[in-house]
Write a protein that binds this ligand. Sequence first.
Ligand code: UT7
Length: 322
Amino acid sequence: MTYARIIGTGGYLPENIMTNSDLEKIVDTTDQWIQERTGIEQRHIAVEGQTTVDLAEAASRLAIESAGISAQDIDLIIIATSTPDKIFPSSACILQARLDIHGCPAFDIQAVCTGFIYGLAIAEKFIKTGSSKNALVVGAEIFSKILNWEDRATCVLFGDGAGAVVLAASEETGILSTHIHADGKYENLLRVPYGIADGYDQVKAGKAFVEMKGNEVFKMAVNTLGRIVDETLAANNMMKSDIDWLVPHQANIRIITATAKKLKMSMDQVVVTVHKHGNTSAASIPLALDVAVRDGRIKENELLLFEAFGGGFTWGSVLARF
Ligand code: UT7
């Protein structure tokens, strides 16, 4: 049986750090409020001119290097992003050219904070059906460009960054199951309300910013993630205690803690980066994975549960042996 196995990880964060006290000077907020309600202490923010593909390229080069393959061995490129450099070509095509890869399929997917989970689910199907041998799956975002820096309810939450993995066809166990879902009826709770349909002028006029009814999203996220955990364990006939590591989407430490509690996991088994990265949307899971792989916490053969919830609404999980 062929599995899709993660053979390399990479992450990249812009050097520029914005702390909570920096934000106190911009909007009516406090370091104490942000830390107590979200767990966030700081976030990385791209500098002028730095783009999503710049971050994706840096993360991808590290993932390819750690996989021990060359860029030309990659035969599928997927970027999950809600902040692509251009309307087209896709960020994946721009990245493909920069990596000097030619001919393989390359495309973006848009599932906001669940984008990386969607990307893994799609790439796994390509590998299992024999269409791809080495897939590059990237989550990359520059949310700082779609934030209203006068709205304290959203601008304190997000950060910029990119994470990437190389998934390879393997006879050894890798991804065991993927679970992806969406329900478009909740658009009014979390969205960027303007886009191409409204005309470019609306976007240029500065209306294309994240809008969120945070408290309602919070409750939906906690309940939905609880359900996806049950669905994933049941599909694999596994128990909570089988999981070695939870690598969750990093939106809010209180959401992460609620999922860990549901799994009866100690926080020592949960990879947390939200305090340093903020919410980097589709980049948050591969960034967290990369941090815990590089610092030696996550080891080969351990069982990892990835889960996410985000705009759309979209939600999903992946269970994988590392
Ligand atoms: O990744 C995609 C999915 N996104 C999420 O999962 C985010 C989910 N939501 C959340 O993480 C939380 O709801 C937030 C962190 C966004 C907000 O926390 P909360 O505990 O739900 O607060 P709240 O929205 O109910 O607001 C509580 C109070 C309000 O004041 P009043 O009405 O009680 O006087 C807000 O105006 O906190 C106020 N507030 C702030 N105060 C200081 C909102 N933002 C801020 C702020 N600084 N930055």
